[in-house]
Design a binder for this molecule. Structure first.
Ligand code: SF4
Ligand code: SF4
Length: 384
């Protein structure tokens, strides 16, 4: 078993990860880059290229492999622009020159380009490519992918997982500690927004609004069963996937603090965790206001982190068994398994949750009635 572990570029991650029983590949990306990334980067961490080069050298010297993210869902057609295309090739030259082992890619055209011109790089397909069935997995295999991160929505769909692992010869990777909503309706919009915000040629210079994270956090706190429907995999249940031949598990959370990344990696490496499952999941903190990729913290107003939930991991022994036969895609309208499990295993402070959801609702209202834009421009109008 191997783990794909996020880096927030803290050197303090390297030594403890190199000592884990599971082999580790680190993955990461600069907060702004040519192709960009569809995930959240660490707040206020602006690693320079030279620092990244030194970091990757140190990680490899410690026995860790490094995967560089090139996984924005689109490049706004800039890949067809001659000068941006030249910059794209230079960017890939730089990635090769600093000893990166593999890249994670969403855009099929980039898979073909890298395969042809940069064959020394292994190619992993991103979860953002939404590989959730046999046909799509085979398609990326035939394009030349070396491994495929599956869409995390299939994590508890054992019939589909079996079909994919039987049909495809490439390495399959599952995202283990994700706290995203099951069938999140904001997902495509979110990855798209993050992708464009992290691209160096973006015309609004990385500015965006964290609408999606505010919205999904509100949904999860307003209906606790959503926290159980999320497709996380408990460390204790990894053997079910290993028995299908899946040997690589990805931990999400490049924006998590070092301590939390290490806690999650250690739990998954040992296939066991006592205590609060929520502590090893990737719970994002929504930000209100306008976010800028410019100077650290500029124009960003972070709401306090969401209230801590306590999800008793030991009480979840056997929780996964129901999913071995359940077809969640068709049955969720008349199934209350996750609601009952939430009632039995999640503890929280209702007053704290109410106060937090009220603040999120207020921030979201200021977006839907456009008042936040009037406040931002100070002209009393909202552009209509
Ligand atoms: S659940 Fe939240 S963080 Fe995950 S994809 Fe949806 S909006 Fe984004
Ligand atoms: S179908 Fe049942 S088990 Fe599956 S996500 Fe919905 S409530 Fe949970």
């Amino acid at each position: 078993m191997r783990l794909l572990v996020p880096t927030n570029w803290d050197p303090a991650l390297i030594e403890p990860l190199s000592r884990l029983e599971a082999g580790v590949d680190l993955y990461g990306v600069l907060s702004t880059s040519l192709i960009g990334t569809g995930g959240s980067s660490p707040e206020d961490v602006h690693t320079a290229k030279e620092q990244a080069e030194e970091y990757i050298r140190a990680a490899r010297a410690a026995g860790l492999r490094f995967d560089y993210l090139l996984n924005a869902p689109s490049m706004s057609n800039m890949e067809w622009d001659k000068s941006t295309h030249r910059a794209l090739l230079e960017h890939l030259d730089w990635i090769c020159s600093i000893g990166v082992d593999s890249v994670t890619v969403t855009i099929p055209y980039l898979v073909e380009l890298i395969k042809r011109q940069f064959p020394q790089l292994k190619i992993r397909i991103s979860t953002i490519a939404h590989v959730h069935n046999v046909a799509r997995a085979r398609f990326f295999e035939s394009l030349g992918a070396d491994s495929i991160n599956l869409d995390f929505h299939v994590n508890r769909d054992f019939k589909t997982l079996k079909g994919i692992t039987d049909a495809v010869k490439r390495e399959i990777i599952l995202l283990a500690n994700n706290l995203c909503l099951y069938q999140c309706p904001y997902e495509y919009y979110h990855h798209d927004g993050l992708g464009h915000a992290s691209q160096s040629y973006n015309p609004v210079e990385g500015s965006y609004v964290d609408y999606c994270t505010m919205r999904c956090t509100l949904d999860r706190l307003s209906d606790m069963s959503q926290n159980m429907k999320c497709r996380w995999i408990r460390p204790e249940d990894m053997h079910l996937y290993e028995e299908m031949g899946i040997e690589m598990f990805k931990i999400s959370g490049r924006s998590m603090p070092t301590e939390r990344i290490l806690r999650a990696a250690t739990a998954y490496s040992s296939r066991h965790y006592d205590g609060n499952l929520h502590d090893i999941l990737n719970a994002l903190s929504p930000k209100t206001g306008f976010i800028s990729a410019g100077p650290p913290g500029a124009r960003t107003h972070t709401v306090a982190p969401p209230p801590e939930l306590y999800i008793d991991n030991r009480a979840l022994d056997g929780f996964i068994d129901f999913f071995l036969k359940q077809d969640c895609l068709s049955a969720c309208g008349h199934c209350d398994y996750c609601r009952k499990a939430a009632e039995e295993t999640i503890r929280f402070d209702p007053g704290e949750v109410d106060e937090y959801t009220a603040r999120l609702t207020e921030a979201l209202t200021s977006l839907s009635d456009s008042s936040v834009f009037r406040a931002e421009t100070g002209d009393g109008r909202c552009g209509r």
